[in-house]
Design a protein around this ligand. Structure first.
Ligand SMILES: Nc1ncnc2c1ncn2[C@@H]1O[C@H](COP(=O)(O)OP(=O)(O)OP(=O)(O)O)[C@@H](O)[C@H]1O
Ligand SMILES: CC(C)(CO)[C@@H](O)C(=O)NCCC(=O)O
Ligand SMILES: [K+]
Length: 262
C-alpha cells in the first residue's frame, strides 16, 4: 500500500479533526462529529475509496486507489480504542514527539502543535490552542518545554455559566466584539468572558515575549479566527504579532510522518 497518501486524525474534546495529505502537502482539512463505533468498524471493510470518504464525510472524494493509512492522535483514551479495528492505523504518542522535558500527562495535541510551530518558524515558539480548552504551550531554543497553562475555552466558559446558574442564559459566541460596560444580562456575560480572556491572553504573550523576544507566537484551534478578530479591535499591536495557524496539529503530525518515511 502506498504511503504517499495518508490521513491525519486528531481526536479532540468536541469533535474529530481530519486532514488528507499527499506526502508532506496538506490537501484539505475538515471536521466531523464523533463517528459511531459501527461506522469505524465499517471503514476497514470499505470496498473502495468513495465508500470510505462517504463514511468519514470528506468534502469530495479523496483521490486514492486503496484505503489510506490513518495517523491518529487523541486526547481521549477511550476514543482511540475503537480505531484499533482499522487495519492501517498509526497512533502518535508523546514519546514520539522530539521535545525535551515534557511531563507524562502533557496533551498530545499540545505537543504536536508545538512541534509543528517549531518546524515552521523554529524554536523558541509559543502555541495558543483556542479549542474546548484554551492552552498555552511553549518551548525554548533547544526544544525543551518551558511549560504552559490550561483554561476553559470560549464556548466552555459561556456554557458553564448558562448551565450552572439559575438566572444566566446560554449565550453564543458573538461575531462582533462586545462592549465592555453592558446593560443587559447576555451582553454582561459576553463582556466578562471576552474581556478577561483577551486580557489573559495578552498577559501570557507579553510574559513570553519578555523572556523570548524573538519567538513566534502562533494561534490555532476552533476559536482562532474569532479571537484574532477580537485582538484586532482590542490590542491591534499584538494582533499583528500573533500568527494565525489553522493546521498546526496536522503540521506536527506531518513532522512525525516525515520522520518515519524520509
Ligand atoms: N461545530 C462546532 N463544534 C464545536 N465547536 C465549534 C464548532 N464550530 C466552532 N467551534 C468552536 O471551536 C471551539 C472548539 O475548538 P476545537 O474544535 O479546536 O476543539 P476540540 O475539538 O476540543 O479540539 P481540541 O481538543 O484540539 O481543542 C469551541 O470553543 C467553539 O467555539
Ligand atoms: C488540555 C487539553 C484538553 C487541550 O485539548 C489536552 O491537551 C489534554 O487533555 N491535556 C492533558 C493535560 C495537560 O496537557 O497537561
Ligand atoms: K476530565
Amino acid at each position: 500500500m502506498s504511503e504517499s497518501h495518508w490521513l491525519a486524525l486528531m481526536i479532540g474534546n468536541s469533535r474529530l479533526h481530519w486532514a488528507w495529505f499527499v506526502e508532506e502537502a496538506l490537501q484539505f482539512a475538515w471536521d466531523t462529529e464523533y463517528l459511531p463505533v459501527s461506522v469505524v468498524q465499517n471503514l476497514a471493510s470499505c470496498q473502495n475509496i468513495a465508500d470510505f470518504s462517504r463514511e468519514i464525510l470528506a468534502p469530495g472524494t479523496i483521490n486514492m486507489r486503496s484505503l489510506p493509512p490513518i495517523y491518529l492522535a487523541s486526547v481521549i483514551p477511550q476514543a482511540t480504542t475503537i480505531w484499533q479495528t482499522y487495519p492501517n492505523i498509526h497512533e502518535i504518542t508523546l514519546d514520539q514527539v522530539p521535545l525535551q522535558g515534557v511531563y507524562a500527562t502533557l496533551g498530545i495535541d499540545r505537543a504536536l502543535a508545538l512541534w509543528g510551530a517549531g518546524a515552521i518558524w523554529s524554536f523558541p515558539a509559543l502555541v495558543i490552542d483556542a479549542g474546548t480548552a484554551l492552552t498555552f504551550t511553549g518551548a525554548k531554543c533547544d526544544r525543551t518545554l518551558v511549560g504552559g497553562a490550561i483554561l476553559p475555552g470560549v464556548r466552555l466558559q459561556l456554557q458553564s455559566l448558562g448551565e450552572r446558574t439559575a438566572a444566566l442564559p446560554l449565550v453564543d459566541t458573538p461575531e462582533s466584539f462586545p462592549s465592555r460596560w453592558a446593560l443587559n444580562t447576555p451582553e454582561s456575560i459576553l463582556s466578562g468572558v471576552i474581556y478577561t480572556l483577551m486580557a489573559g491572553i495578552k498577559d501570557f504573550v507579553d510574559a513570553w515575549w519578555q523572556e523570548f523576544p524573538e519567538s513566534c507566537v502562533a494561534m490555532t484551534g476552533g476559536d482562532r479566527a474569532l479571537l484574532l478578530n477580537y485582538f484586532q479591535v482590542q490590542y491591534p499591536n499584538i494582533a499583528t504579532k500573533i500568527t494565525s495557524a489553522p493546521h498546526l496539529i496536522f503540521q506536527g503530525m506531518c513532522c512525525y510522518w516525515a520522520s518515519r518515511w524520509k
